[in-house]
Design a protein around this ligand. Structure first.
Ligand code: MRU
Length: 370
């Protein structure tokens, strides 16, 4: 997608073909820049410190991380150690394990001298497939938006179509296009008049910093709201649809996404607002059924709750990025990063293969058996 008129992906190979560049998301929206990763350790650190984040992009970074490891040491032992190191960085998004397994399975039968090149090819394939899947999600989601927009009562038809989204499930969370935001970009390009309510998404504010940033660069009208505003907007007819992403989807259609998603689903259900979840095939965990009981929820640092990052508005250091303490000294924070929305609250899943009921039958109708 575009930044200042230039098309970008979030990740790619450096010209030397041996190291990897990524957009540094810890500096957005205030500074745009890239970082170079030249070792597995650097790739693992980029994932755990959220230089890169978002389930699909975590997976692609992990795949390139294995390539970086194999360039240094292509033995079986080094491959296993790199797999474990990368897989441990973030436990909830299943795309990471999926991508690591794909690269490992591709290289394992090869002699060590051929493994790094094969890993590079496989990581590149995973990245390109992610772009294609997200673009397809956009096409399928566009049809839903067009149908819902046309079905609105006459009094609402002269207003923009209003979508609410939570966290960042846009192109910055993937390689390009995004999941939840792909239908919005496609709708915008199709000339539909739409507006996005962007949940700020505490504690790390991926909505306020990343979703707002990328929607703005693409010229999509949007407004940032505090996380608690969504229910009020839905009660007052200001939301036509909710579209969010997912980090792991069980075979029965439970979805695990950024903390706070579940509360939006409850509010949407209470107000008969359709609640859609957008996902590529790589986010489905066919081995799990009950999301609440079975999906591991990442616990992140309490400091993400007790402090906040922003750009200083005034004073001698105005313009610099800083961490600001919010809570009294001595108050603890607790920081579960994701929650699970049960399938019964999901209107439908928007996938790369089409739209499905959030159920085992629905997913199998598109993907066959897992
Ligand atoms: O903690 P993050 O920023 O990696 O969380 C990202 C999300 O929750 C996204 O909604 C999810 O990965 C789906 S992305 C396409």
């Amino acid at each position: 997608m575009n930044i200042d008129g230039q098309a970008w992906r979030t990740i790619g190979l450096e010209p030397d073909g041996r190291s990897v560049w990524v957009i540094d998301q810890t500096q957005l929206p205030h500074r745009f820049g890239t970082r170079s990763l030249s070792s597995c350790e650097q790739a693992a650190a980029a994932i755990s410190t959220m230089v890169v984040r978002g389930a699909p992009l975590i997976g692609v970074t992990g795949a390139y991380g294995l390539m970086l490891a194999l360039q240094n040491d292509a033995s079986d032992a080094a491959l296993a150690a790199a797999f474990d190191q990368l897989n441990a960085t973030r436990p909830t998004a299943v795309n990471l394990r999926w991508a690591l397994e794909r690269v490992r399975d591709r290289v394992l039968a090869l002699p060590p001298a051929k493994r790094a090149v094969a890993a590079r090819e496989e990581a590149g394939l995973i990245a390109n497939e992610d772009v294609a899947m997200c673009s397809a999600i956009g096409d399928h989601g566009l049809e839903i938006i067009q149908r819902l927009a046309a079905a609105r009562p006459e009094v609402r038809k002269n207003k923009p179509f209003q979508v609410l989204t939570h966290c960042n499930a846009g192109w910055l969370a993937t390689v390009d296009w995004g999941t939840a935001l792909a239908p919005i970009y496609k709708a915008r390009r199709a000339g539909l008049d739409l507006h996005v309510w962007v949940d700020e998404t505490r504690p790390r504010n991926q909505g306020a910093s990343l979703t707002a940033y990328e929607l703005g660069r693409e010229g999509v009208p949007h407004t940032v709201i505090v996380d608690n505003a969504g229910g009020h907007l839905m009660q007052n007819g200001e939301v036509d649809a909710v579209i969010v992403g997912t980090d792991r989807t069980t075979r029965r259609g439970d979805v695990c996404n950024k903390i706070g998603t579940y509360l939006k689903a409850l509010a949407a259900y209470d107000n008969a607002v359709p609640f859609y979840v957008a996902l590529p095939a790589s986010t489905i965990d066919w081995s799990l059924d009950d999301g609440v009981a079975e999906i591991p929820i990442e616990a992140r640092s309490p400091q993400e709750v007790t402090a906040i990052q922003g750009r200083l508005l005034d004073g001698p250091a105005a313009g610099t990025l800083a961490q600001v303490q919010l809570t009294p000294n001595g108050s603890d924070g607790f920081n579960p990063a994701f929650d699970v929305t049960p399938a019964r609250l999901v209107t439908a899943l928007i996938t790369d293969r089409g739209v499905a009921d959030a159920s085992e039958e629905g997913l199998k109708s598109l993907y066959g058996c897992g």
